[in-house]
Design a protein around this ligand. Structure first.
Ligand code: CO8
Length: 261
C-alpha cells in the first residue's frame, strides 16, 4: 500500500483471496488524474500476478466511485499535445487484466468513472449510486468507452440519451438496463462484492481465466467468431487437470480440489 499515492490496497475474504483496490482521492471525489490511473493499473497488475488472489474488487468511497477524469488536469490540454502524449491511453490497460474485476460503485460514477466501471467485468452498485456521461456539458465527449461499451450494454437509444443529455441515472435504472448486475444497500456493497469475489475464487483460476476470455469474445467479436472461440476454449478445458478433477469430484459426490493445472 505504501507505494501508492491515490489508492488503498488490501486482501479480503475468509481466505484472503480477493484483492481490493479503493480509490482514495477524497478531496476531488476520486477524480481520475493520471497518477491515480497509473496506481490502479499497477495494483491490478500486481494482483493479476499474485497466485493467492482469485478476483479483484475496485471501489471508491460512499460519496463517489469516481467523478470522472480530472478536469483541472486536462483543462489546458490541446489537440496536438493529446496526440503527442497519447493522452490517457494507458487507462485501457486494465482491460488486459486476466482475473475477474468487480466494480463496487457507491455514489458518483461519472464520465471516466463510469467508463472505468464498464471496463470491469461485473458491476455491483450501492442503492445511492449514480451513473452518467456528463462530458457533453463541459464541451467534450466520452473518451474511454462511454459511447462504445455503454451502447453495447444498454442499446442505442438509451446510450444516446445518456451521452447527449449528460443526465445521471440511478442504481435502480442501471440495474433495469443491465449496466449493473446487483443493487445492494450502500454500506453492504464492498462486503457483497468481496463475497462475489470469494465465490469466483473458489473455482479453478485457470478455468475462470478461460471463461472470462470467452464472455469477452461476445462483447468484442461477431457471434460466429465468438461461438467458434467458445467451442475451442470449451474443448481446451478437457486438456486440464482441473476439468478432470471437477467432473471426478462431482461423480464421487465430494468437493473438488483444484490445483490451477
Ligand atoms: N475533475 C476534477 N475535480 C473534480 C471533478 C473532476 N472530474 N469532479 C469533482 N471535482 C472536485 C471539485 O472541483 C471540488 O473541488 P474543490 O473543492 O477544490 O472545488 C471537489 O471535487 C468536490 O466537488 P463538488 O464541490 O462539485 O461536489 P458536489 O457534491 O457539489 O458535486 C458532482 C458533485 C456532481 C460529481 C460534481 O463534482 C461534478 O459535476 N463533477 C464533474 C463531473 C464530470 O463532468 N465528469 C466528467 C469529467 S470528463 C471525463 O471524465 C472525460 C473522460 C475521458 C477519459 C479518457 C480516457 C482515455
Amino acid at each position: 500500500t505504501g507505494k501508492y499515492e491515490h489508492i488503498l490496497v488490501e486482501k479480503k475474504g475468509e481466505k484472503q483471496n480477493v484483492g481490493v483496490i479503493t480509490l482514495n482521492r477524497p478531496k476531488s471525489l476520486n477524480a481520475l488524474c493520471n497518477a491515480l490511473m497509473l496506481d490502479v493499473n499497477a495494483a491490478l497488475a500486481a494482483f493479476d500476478a499474485d497466485a493467492s488472489v482469485g478476483a479483484i474488487v475496485l471501489t471508491g468511497s460512499e460519496k463517489a466511485f469516481a467523478a470522472g477524469a480530472d478536469i483541472k488536469e486536462m483543462q489546458n490540454n490541446d489537440f496536438s499535445s493529446n496526440v503527442r502524449n497519447n493522452f490517457l491511453c494507458h487507462w485501457s490497460n486494465m482491460t488486459n487484466i486476466r482475473k475477474p474485476i468487480i466494480a463496487a460503485v457507491n455514489g458518483y460514477a461519472l464520465g471516466g468513472g463510469c467508463e472505468v466501471a464498464m471496463m470491469c467485468d461485473i458491476i455491483y452498485a450501492g442503492d445511492k449510486a449514480k451513473f452518467g456521461q456528463p462530458e457533453i456539458a463541459i464541451g467534450t465527449i466520452p473518451g474511454a468507452g462511454g459511447t462504445q461499451r455503454l451502447t453495447r450494454v444498454v442499446g442505442k437509444s438509451k446510450a444516446m440519451e445518456i451521452c447527449l443529455t449528460g443526465n445521471m441515472i440511478s442504481a435502480q435504472e442501471a440495474l433495469q438496463l443491465g449496466l449493473v448486475s446487483k443493487v445492494v444497500p450502500a454500506d453492504k456493497l464492498v462486503e457483497e462484492a468481496v463475497k462475489l469475489g470469494e465465490k469466483i475464487s473458489s473455482h479453478s483460476p485457470l478455468i475462470v481465466t478461460l471463461c472470462k476470455e470467452s464472455v469477452n469474445a461476445a462483447y468484442e467479436t461477431t457471434l460466429e467468431q465468438g461461438l467458434r472461440q467458445e467451442k475451442r476454449l470449451f474443448h481446451a478445458t478437457f486438456a486440464t487437470d482441473d476439468r478432470k478433477e471437477g467432473m471426478t469430484a462431482f461423480v464421487e459426490k465430494r468437493p473438488p480440489k483444484f490445483t490451477n493445472n
